[in-house]
Design a protein around this ligand. Structure first.
Ligand code: ZN
Ligand code: ZN
Ligand code: FE
Length: 735
């Protein structure tokens, strides 16, 4: 085939000439066997007169070539892995080899369009051998922007805990040996630093927890290969492909009883978060130290992950005994993604490295470019343009100053990379989210700027409407649905804390059809850290005495909380399902305080999983007051839980009956809504639907009742998916 290819207005334009049969073959091959990283949204063609091209070449992109998509970072490909361990290859054991099919992308990009001078590889001039490959269309490294070799590319460096350089001929070997002896190491990866230690050495793991100030939140581990993962966990076919996919996420897998892993890695947890090596450096590390390694984000407790050498040395100096650094700067901090497999499809928990900024197809056109700034915790933002949404990497909790700074900087970077000037900024209704304040400031500063004849507009979106819309977009749903949206907290249209919501509507509008009946949330946010507070509030609402719980709590604290509940002081009304899980966890004696977000609900799920269903607790569905919304009354359920707990029913049994009660209640409420409105499609969203048992039971119950049920597969059900939903609401409002 002869002709050329170039970027043109956000698409790839190819002109080829040749015999008719080979042209057919060419089209077929492009469609069926695209290059490994290609994602073809649409393919169209037409016939042009032949112009007698003599060869095939790549033309330089036009300056106004339009928006160009930038790919996520990609795990080392098989061809590169072959070279890495081939003594005759010139890149033998070179920790930074990559090619057109693999290597860093988003994390090294500083500007658009994507070519080497606008990446953090700019400082590394290609040696003649690398340049020849880069220029050769037949080479795997043709136009591979981050390509490098030992002669011209980045290199490793070893430092001690005080940041002083340690001379070593082979820094990696010294680092691996130290890990093997039980030391804690910090190593620079693709999107940030990891803290690493032997996962099967309980002393090392305990020391890491102590130094990192991390109580019980599980650590992720990295193992050498699939066989090593299978020795520790039960891995089914879908999970195997997920583990080995080029995205290389952390996959939650059911651990084997025999798994040789220190208990401190994931205390009490029936699952392990496992990932496989995804950079050449990781592969070399496991060659030298083949045992499973804890690979947790390089930070202290909940701070954002460190990604710059000097910052890492300073912040992790008190944690790591040894640093393995390199001199390829990371421009975009990007955490590991976390996901799991559920009944044949992914259920994403954190969408970041390897996934972002892969475009998500929209079922409609964005009439004008949109920026959706997301929520506050587990934050992401999204840019919408045409029929695509670009959902950012995970930015962490925006109440952390560092995370907020990264948010601001990365919004600007994405706008530059994807050449998008938003005309609308969508944000949460919550007035105190840092993202809301950003949206307000931005529109206030630029609101008077007339952008192509239009002012920048600001659009507040209710939290649970955004959750519902995010699930709708994933499945291309345009017609009205029932949205079952359960989470911990979101600002309601009436100023209350919502979180146990049945909404009806589409991306444009919603109605609150039903919700958990309000109870007071004593002390506001503090109740999320101390489930016993919600247990007290719910028990008092239900008129149930809870002497066993009271006996476990400091009497003075108990008295104060009982008082503020009774007098409704500092107890904002809430319909939160997350807080109901907390209350039941405390009433069942599972947990009175949490050390990380959602811990009580997660533990309740683990307990329930181990027990077969028998009966379930009662709910009452009320229609009362002036409100049209159905009220779901949890008082009968709370009374039954208290009774069971008093009668020494096991916590696991209580947890199971509770899960089954929620699933049954969802079906009952959806049936009432269907009777009134004729809706039969249900989307499940909100952080509570990270709960696999509840998702499964609910889906099965609804399907038996004749509903079509949709759950998340592309973005997390929790607040990591909010930005996509806000974007959808804004786009629907504009069109
Ligand atoms: Zn490769
Ligand atoms: Zn080179
Ligand atoms: Fe939420």
């Amino acid at each position: 085939m002869r002709g050329f290819v170039r970027n043109r207005s956000g698409s790839v334009w190819i002109e080829v000439e040749g015999e008719g049969r080979s042209l057919d073959h060419f089209l077929h091959a492009i469609e069926r066997h695209p290059p490994p990283l290609a994602q073809i949204d649409r393919l169209s063609w037409n016939v042009l007169p032949a112009c007698g091209d003599r060869q095939f070449h790549i033309e330089v992109s036009e300056a106004d070539a339009g928006p160009i998509f930038i790919g996520p970072d990609v795990a080392t490909c098989d061809a590169c892995l072959g070279e890495l361990f081939d003594p005759s290859n010139r890149r033998y054991r070179y920790p930074f080899l990559n090619c057109t099919h693999c290597g860093p992308r988003l994390t090294i990009i500083c500007g658009a369009p994507y070519d080497r001078p606008r990446t953090t590889m700019a400082g590394f001039a290609l040696c003649p051998a690398c340049q020849a490959e880069y220029d050769d269309p037949r080479d795997r490294r043709f136009h591979a922007q981050p390509t490098a070799c030992a002669a011209c590319g980045p290199s490793l460096e070893l430092r001690d805990s005080a940041g002083a350089a340690i001379a070593a001929a082979d820094p990696l070997a010294v680092f691996a040996k130290a890990l093997g002896e039980g030391k804690i190491g910090a190593l620079k990866g693709l999107g940030g630093f990891h803290l690493a230690c032997l996962a099967d050495d309980s002393g090392a793991v305990a020391e890491l927890r102590k130094r990192k100030h991390r109580d019980e939140k599980p650590f992720a581990i990295m193992v050498r290969d699939l066989a090593a993962a299978e020795r520790l966990c039960v891995v089914d076919g879908d999970e195997k492909s997920l583990l080995q996919s080029r995205r290389r996420p952390i996959v939650l897998l059911r651990r084997r009883a025999s798994a040789a892993i220190a208990e401190g890695v994931a205390p009490g947890n029936p699952y392990l978060g496992v990932m496989l090596p995804y950079t050449p450096l990781h592969h070399l590390l496991f060659e030298a130290c083949p045992r499973p390694l804890v690979m947790t984000s390089g930070n202290r407790s909940d701070e954002p992950i460190a990604f710059e050498n000097e910052d890492a040395l300073q912040r992790l100096g008190g944690i790591a005994d040894l640093f393995l650094l390199h001199n390829r700067p990371i421009h975009v901090r990007c955490d590991d993604s976390v996901t799991r497999q559920l009944d044949g499809a992914e259920l994403p928990l954190r969408r970041s490295r390897g996934y972002a900024p892969q475009p998500i197809a929209l079922p409609f056109e964005c009439p004008r470019p949109i920026l959706a700034v997301g929520g506050q915790l587990k934050a992401t933002f999204a840019l919408g343009r045409g029929r695509h949404a670009l959902v950012s990497h995970h930015l962490g909790d925006l109440d952390q100053y560092e995370a907020y700074r990264a948010f601001e900087r990365d919004v600007t970077l994405y706008e530059k990379l994807f050449q998008t000037e938003p005309a609308v900024v969508a944000h949460d209704l919550h007035p105190d989210y840092a993202s809301t304040r950003y949206a307000e400031r931005r529109v206030a500063e630029h609101g008077d700027v007339i952008l192509r004849g239009m002012r920048i507009a600001r659009l507040p979106v209710q939290h649970h409407h955004a959750h519902m819309a995010s699930a709708m977009v994933e499945h291309g749903l345009m017609d009205p649905v029932i949205g079952v949206v359960f989470d911990g907290a979101g600002f309601g249209s009436d100023g209350a804390i919502w979180g146990g919501e049945f909404l009806t509507g589409d991306c444009r509008n919603f109605t609150r059809a039903a919700h958990l009946r309000y109870v007071g949330q004593p002390g506001g946010d503090q109740a999320a850290r101390e489930p016993w507070r919600m247990a007290l509030a719910h028990a008092r609402a239900a008129g149930a005495a809870v002497p066993t719980l009271e006996a476990r709590i400091d009497p003075a604290a108990w008295r104060v909380v009982a008082q503020i509940v009774d007098r409704r002081l500092r107890t904002p009304p809430t319909s939160s399902m997350g807080r109901l899980f907390d209350a039941v966890a405390a009433l069942a004696g599972v947990r009175d305080r949490v050390t990380y977000e959602g811990q009580a609900a997660i533990e309740l799920e683990w307990l329930a999983e181990g027990v077969p269903p028998d009966e379930e607790y009662p709910f009452e569905i009320l229609q009362e007051g002036s409100s049209d919304a159905l009220q779901i009354d949890a008082r009968p359920l709370i009374a039954a839980v208290v009774k069971d707990a008093g009668a020494s029913v096991t916590a696991a049994r209580i947890a199971r009956r509770f899960h089954d009660a929620i699933a049954k209640m969802i079906v009952a409420v959806c049936e009432r809504i269907r009777n009134q409105m004729g809706l039969h499609q249900v989307v499940l969203s909100g952080g509570v639907f990270h709960n696999v048992l509840l998702t499964r039971e609910t889906k099965a119950g609804l399907e038996t009742a004749g509903f079509r049920v949709y759950r998340h597969r592309l973005v997390p059900p929790g607040d990591g998916g909010l930005s996509l939903g806000q974007l959808a609401v804004a786009a629907a409002g504009l069109s």
